[in-house]
Structure formats: structure tokens, C-alpha cells
Ligand binder design. Sequence first.
Ligand code: SF4
Length: 162
Amino acid sequence: MEKTPNTSPAIAVSACLLGRPCRFDGSSKPIDAVMRLGRRYKLVPICPEVAGDLPVPHPPCEIVAGSRPVRVVDATGDDVTQAFHLGASRCMEQLRDADCRVAVLKSKSPSCGSGLVYDGSFTGALVPGWGVAAQLFRDAGIAVLDESQVQKLDMPSDPAQP
Ligand code: SF4
């Protein structure tokens, strides 16, 4: 069956994975395999924390493990849950506008993490869970992958290859 689409499908991507310096400490986390997705897909950069009006830099933030409803705090103890929800919902609008069915998001982040997130103790400990934006996207039926899973996107062999 022919798998090549007539137009490039849109994929939402954590902006830090594309080299944008939007992480809490002002750094980025560019990943070549993620940037190469741009050869086949229309990439829609998103950053839920910037979208939630958190400044860059800002203190590291973590989801409090087991909190229901989910609660996010920063390393100074401030509750930043509302900013995380606001950013997630604003990014959800971006995904809807661009008709994204897939999102490739940065692992372990309290916004973008998929399957594992830090536990709220700021000790580096991880627990099963989803970032606030990642969970919202999943609830809307969007497939969420992290940067180590881009091969699942059925990339063709390197187009530069003879
Ligand atoms: S919120 Fe997501 S996109 Fe923004 S810096 Fe954190 S991991 Fe990257």
C-alpha cells in the first residue's frame, strides 16, 4: 500500500528538541533525529512552559508524585500548576489548528514527559507518569512519543542516500 502522503502531515515537537533555548535554565536539547523529521513532516514547535507564561529561565519544576488533581511545584516551593495547565491548553490549540495527530515531546519534563517524570522531590528520582501537556494531548487522542521513539514514525531511508 502506498504510504507517502500527498502533503506533509504536521507533527508537534517540543521546541527544545529543535534547538530552541526554552528550557527552564535557558538551554536547549537539540536532537538530530528529531530535527530530521522536518524532511518528511511539517514540524510545529511547541513549548508548554513558555506558552504558560513562565519566564526563561525559571526554577526547575516537578509534578508532585501521586497528586490528584495533578499539582506542579517549583524548587522554591511555589505552586505553578496553573501555568502548566494554561500552557498545555494553549499548545493544544496549536495542535488543533495545525491538525497534528502526533507529538514528539521531550522525555521526563513535567510538561512534556511521557511515561516517566520526576517525582517532585527534586532529587532526580523518576516515577511513572505523564507531563501535564503530554497527558492533555493523549486525552485528546494524539499519539505522544518521546525523542527516543522517532523511528516509530515510519521514516523512509535517508533521502540523501543514493
Ligand atoms: S516545556 Fe517541553 S518544550 Fe518547553 S522546554 Fe520543557 S521540555 Fe522543552
